[in-house]
Design a binder for this molecule. Structure first.
Ligand code: HEC
Length: 131
């Protein structure tokens, strides 16, 4: 009995530590970015421009529909997340903008590779993704 119990506790600890490693760390966005106003109004033109960029640049990891299931996703150390989930949709436009601009770990930094206007267009496209 005693060994069975320790095997159980041992696997519970192992499971806990594995799931803790796999959990993404909270990504803290500076207040000035968090409250930043999106300068590009939502329109069909902006969403279409954002979609074109998204398909070309982001879908490999984030997936065509934003579920985080792109062909590259499985080879990443961190999961790209699901843009359709409330945790993602509830973030401000400024938070998405900041994360896209600065990157972290497997998420590339797009500062210097994409203009601010293009990043906002992609933000508008990500916002339009619905279940
Ligand atoms: C090489 C794979 C890869 C590509 C390409 C990529 N991402 Fe990511 N992205 C990630 C990963 C991995 C994360 C999670 C990073 C973390 O939490 O540390 C992430 C996270 C994000 C987040 C934060 C999500 C959240 O809910 O907090 C946003 C926003 C984002 N990416 C936008 C983009 C945009 C826009 C593009 C294209 C311009 C893009 N990404 C391209 C891998 C990628």
């Amino acid at each position: 009995m005693k060994t069975l119990k320790s095997v159980f506790i041992g696997s519970a600890i192992m499971f806990l530590s594995i799931s803790m490693v796999a959990q993404p760390k909270p990504w803290v966005v500076p207040a000035n970015f968090k409250s930043m106003k999106n300068p590009i109004a939502v329109s069909d033109a902006s969403t279409a421009a954002g979609q074109a960029l998204y398909v070309k640049t982001c879908a490999a990891c984030h997936g065509k529909t934003g579920l985080g299931d792109g062909p590259k996703a499985k080879s990443l150390k961190t999961a790209p997340g699901d843009f359709l989930k409330a945790e993602s949709q509830n973030q401000t436009d400024g938070e998405h903008f900041y994360k896209t601009k600065t990157g972290r770990g497997d998420m590339p930094k797009y500062e210097g590779k994409m203009s601010d206007d293009d990043i906002w267009n992609v933000v508008n496209f990500i916002r339009s993704l619905k279940k």
